[in-house]
Ligand binder design. Structure first.
Ligand code: NI
Ligand code: MN
Length: 227
């Protein structure tokens, strides 16, 4: 079966596998590039990588409206419960869990994780999804780290990497990340949402394809690819 992956800009994706919808980092209402509305998005599971507002986004109202399970680190899971979200599952770095649609493991990410109200949000994370026979690594917000090589050893079909600079890896370090991970395919994210993270993803794609065997797909907000 094919996995459908739609990019809603920034770090937000909707992954559809069979009838299951996985929503990642739903930064929708305050996101100037997001092509969908928070009260129209459907999800069965919501993943929150860290506590920052551009990742927690609309996860609380979407979870309450849809009943979707929120999956995050333990600290953010506690915060979600305090916000009245009833269906949650805590994970932590290096740990994975099997759901009927597949597995997800939290990976390290070098970043911050304070929640919008200043609450402690634990350590930031990335996600390694194992869906059907595919492995998708969503790095979320992070700087470059050499252990990306360990993640790459699993054999990554799709790596979703920030290129925006300022808050995360910029284009140069994201290119080094591709060399460490050696994914079959790459999608750049976390750029152009704000003035300070303006980038040229097409120029980055050319560099990556000149220096690595990875295929780069530059997505437009709202676009869907199949894996
Ligand atoms: Ni962040
Ligand atoms: Mn961010």
């Amino acid at each position: 079966m094919t996995i459908k992956i739609s990019w809603y800009s920034h770090a937000c994706f909707l992954v559809e596998t069979g009838k299951t919808r996985l929503l990642v980092d739903p930064f929708i209402t305050d996101n100037p590039l997001c092509p969908v509305k928070a009260d129209e998005v459907e999800a069965d599971y919501i993943f929150v990588s860290h506590g920052h507002g551009d990742h927690v986004g609309d996860s609380v109202p979407i979870a309450k409206r849809t009943g979707a399970m929120v999956i995050s680190n333990y600290e953010i899971q506690n915060w979600m419960t305090a916000q009245g979200v009833e269906n949650t599952h805590p994970l932590h770095i290096g740990g994975g869990y099997d759901w009927p649609w597949g597995r997800v493991k939290l990976t390290i990410a070098h970043h911050g994780s304070a929640l919008p109200d200043g609450s402690y949000g634990g350590n930031p994370a990335g996600f390694l999804f194992y869906i059907e026979d595919k492995k998708i690594y969503h790095a979320c917000d992070t700087g470059l780290f050499y252990d990306m090589k360990l993640i790459g050893e699993e054999g990554i079909d799709l790596a979703i990497l920030p290129i925006g600079d300022n808050f995360t890896m910029g284009p140069d370090d994201a290119l080094r990340a591709v060399k460490l991970i050696e994914p079959a395919r790459v999608v750049p994210i976390h750029y152009d949402t704000f003035e300070v993270i303006r980038q040229d993803p097409e120029a980055w794609a050319i560099r990556v394809q000149q220096e690595t065997p990875a295929k780069v797909t530059v997505m437009k907000p709202g676009e869907t690819i199949e894996l």
